[in-house]
Design a protein around this ligand. Structure first.
Ligand code: SAM
Length: 207
């Protein structure tokens, strides 16, 4: 999917996104924020923040920047931030594959349910690495293709409809690692039946 297609799908999803993808994916959001072990004063970047379902889960003593390309999804996130008085959150409309933040701007960077949506996971992860401090951690939560033959067949059957559903249902972890070089120091199953995966990688780049 290109950016235009993504914006179109998520414009359509925005009003009902929380109903369909709120509670069912919330354990994964909660788990990754728990694993991030945020320390007071840290600067956190969440790419593809969507309607901001994760935002109330961060400790209030860290500063969270959330970016997304969908203005309609972000509008919902803005409403949430205002309603819950989340003064520690800043939201911006920005392409996560081409961010305007300087290098090494953040202590931790996270992508929740985004890597199988973006046009180029390789560019996304390269940008996540660039804006994250060296030696810090990058986090990903996503659904990857299952080894269970029945589930995997269903995922392959849904693959041609990625433009409609807004993500690539048959996106494999091997493909993700190959495209991004994301070396996972942690790999934890999350959400219903453990069908989603939480990955953590150390941001190994020049100090
Ligand atoms: C499946 S939703 C996940 C939203 C949120 N992270 C959550 O936990 O519900 C994917 C989000 O990624 C956003 N997105 C897709 N491509 C993007 C890009 N290149 N830059 C920024 N956001 C992007 C979409 O607009 C959408 O809001």
């Amino acid at each position: 999917m290109n950016l235009e297609a993504i914006e179109k799908v998520y414009r359509r999803y925005a009003p009902s996104y929380d109903f369909y993808f709120g509670a069912v994916l919330q354990p994964g959001r909660r788990k990754v924020i728990e694993r991030m072990n945020c320390r007071p004063g840290e600067r956190i970047l969440e790419v593809g923040v969507g309607t901001g379902l994760s935002l109330p889960l961060y400790p209030r003593n860290v500063h969270v920047t959330g970016i997304d390309v969908s203005r309609e999804m972000l509008a919902r996130a803005h409403d949430r931030v205002a309603a819950m008085h989340l003064d520690n959150v800043t939201l911006q409309c920005m392409d996560a594959e081409s961010m305007t933040f300087p290098d090494d701007s953040f202590d931790k960077v996270v992508a929740m349910y985004v890597v199988s949506v973006v046009p180029s996971p390789g560019r996304l992860v390269a940008e996540m690495r660039r804006v994250c401090k060296p030696g810090a951690s990058l986090y990903v939560v996503n659904h990857f293709r299952q080894s269970n033959p029945v589930v995997s067949m269903l995922e392959r059957m849904m693959a041609p409809f990625s433009g409609l559903v807004g993500f690539h249902p048959d996106f494999s972890l091997e493909h993700f690692v190959e495209q991004t070089g994301f070396t996972a120091a942690e790999n934890i199953p999350v959400n219903l039946f453990g069908y989603w995966t939480l990955l953590r990688s150390r941001n190994d780049k020049r100090g």
